[in-house]
Design a protein. Structure first.
Length: 247
């Protein structure tokens, strides 16, 4: 009898031991590990966004007296509301300077040939960003179309000889690419469409500009809204900038 009871106790103990082994608690991923994984995924996504556009742009000062395009990172000129600061072209070619009429035949051909060589599909657009200090504030303006100038009270794109010149800075945008020769004017908001390529920009101070710092002009190509931050400012790595200094 004692032997039977002993065997029964041993059998029940074995069942309990092996029963606990079957109900193994699933392993839980530590919270820190989960956070690290999410952070890595976010970083990868951000890096992918930043390399969507790989078409670098360089800013050239257009010297029409000598028909040369000069790549610039700093540009010194007299600041007056009676003369243009200058016309600057956004080109996808990296050279110190070149005579565009001598090499390409005309400014228009220069824009067509240089852009076709890097963007034959026409998937890219050109934008600009202007920043400076005035009236105790740091001003930043992203310009992707003429409407960004016309709708901004701080900027002006009308007739400089009129009595309605307002804002800090006059800005005019040109599509040199879609031209066939002869005189052409800046692009107005109602003329802008999906095919427009804003290949150059002209700047001029207004009589009441109150700008107290260098003007910083940035040019860039873009193909996706992911290349802009939450404030609408360009945040990719393929832009080029020039600091415009008062002489």
């Amino acid at each position: 009898m004692k032997k039977t009871v002993l065997l029964l106790v041993l059998a029940m103990s074995a069942a309990l031991i092996f029963g606990c082994g079957k109900e193994k608690t699933p392993e839980t991923t530590p919270a820190a590990s989960t956070a690290e994984t999410a952070s890595a995924e976010t970083q990868t996504e951000t890096e992918e966004q930043k390399i969507i556009n790989e078409k670098p742009v360089y800013i050239y000062y257009m010297d029409y007296d000598s028909s040369t395009a000069q790549k610039v990172r700093s540009f010194e000129t007299a600041w007056t509301d009676e003369e243009d600061i200058g016309i600057f072209a956004a080109l996808a070619v990296d050279r110190s300077s070149f005579a565009f009429e001598e090499e390409y035949g005309s400014e228009i051909d220069m824009h067509k040939e240089t852009w076709d060589s890097v963007d034959a599909s026409g998937d890219y657009k050109i934008g600009y960003q202007i920043s400076f200090d005035a009236d105790g504030e740091h001003k930043v303006y992203t310009i992707l179309s003429p409407s960004d100038v016309a709708d901004e009270p701080d900027l002006f794109m009308g007739d400089v000889d009129s009595e309605e010149v307002t804002g800090y800075l006059g800005v005019w945008l040109y599509d040199d690419y879609h031209q066939d020769g002869g005189f052409y004017d800046h692009v107005d908001p109602d003329e802008y469409d999906d095919d427009t390529l804003l290949t150059s920009i002209k700047l001029r101070l207004t009589p009441d500009s109150n700008v107290v710092s260098n003007l910083v002009l940035e040019a860039f190509s873009y193909s996706s809204p992911l290349e802009f931050d939450s404030d609408g400012h360009y945040n990719n790595v393929y832009g080029s900038r020039v600091s415009i200094v008062e002489e």
